[in-house]
Ligand binder design. Sequence first.
Ligand SMILES: [Zn+2]
Length: 364
Amino acid sequence: MMSCASTTAPFACALDAWLAKECAARSPEELLSRLTTAQWRALARTLRHAAKHSTFYAHALCGHDLAPHRSEDLAQLPFTLPQDLSAWETLLCTSLGDVQRLVTMPTSGTTGMPKRLAFTQRDLERIGLFFAAGMSYLVKPGSSVAVLLPGAQRPNGVADLLRQALVSLDIPVACPPPDLLHKEQTSALAAWLRKTAPSTVVAMPTQLQRLFSAIPQGLPCLSGVLSSAEPLDVSLGTALRSQWNCELLDHYGLTEAGYGCALECPSHDGYHLRAMDIFVEIVSPDDGHLLPVNAVGEIVITTLDREAMPLIRYRTGDMSSLLSEPCTCGSPLPRLGPILGRIVRDASGQTRILRLPKREAAPC
Ligand SMILES: [Zn+2]
């Protein structure tokens, strides 16, 4: 049984304490260097694993340096594109028998083959460890959590993995009956929340928007909200924090990253990265060249030590930056800046940015 991270000292925040344990850093002063060293080692392991076991990467990585030590070296490797996931079996590094969960992703267009992602039991356990560490910002002994994300009944789906992580922290978890998640049932969902009286809610922004309309004054029991699975409108986040008088943290994740990728801390100064599982680069959306820290561009991820289907330099299509300054919470680690929009590419390869709402002053 894990315990809630009520003590993160001497580290700045719960995720830093978790990462320190992962990379054997004993103090905040050595966290960045230890983590960086561990990341490059994990990158080399991942590249060798992918090149050895996946026919896609055996071809794509042929002739490349599989032990890069600098960002400029890594940038020599080819990208993996979303459409490459259609030939998912060529990316598979394990036998199908070792795949514990196979996720089929929505495909645009009518002729496309389904894109799939595979995870082993260990891959799923790594996701759970990140969820447990991240939820430690919002829960403590005695807390209870309501998970409103859809699909809670699906074994090893994102809601179920979150539930498992919370149970590992000895935190009681409740999920509403699936029919209460329909938008027409918002009043019934609000009544269920009143009756269940959780201290923390995990929900998608569209769900939070509807609940905000149904219960604008919030719930007396509620002290924390985790927003996940969709971009959070900044004005909604600000209104909820103020009107519901609770902490609200935003999570940036995508299925390709293994659901979890980066999470705000209570300082709201960028998104702390799941740095021992995901390596992030920022590149130009137009020509793919590597951009320096603090520059805005496309988020590119490399999954670290993922067994079933590692992704090397996967272009997410999301726009952000890597923040190099320490977080206001004191963490010295690089973080993701605000998620600014989605990159849309037309048939000719031209790009345009579908921007998310800008940050606004508190509307209430
Ligand atoms: Zn922070």
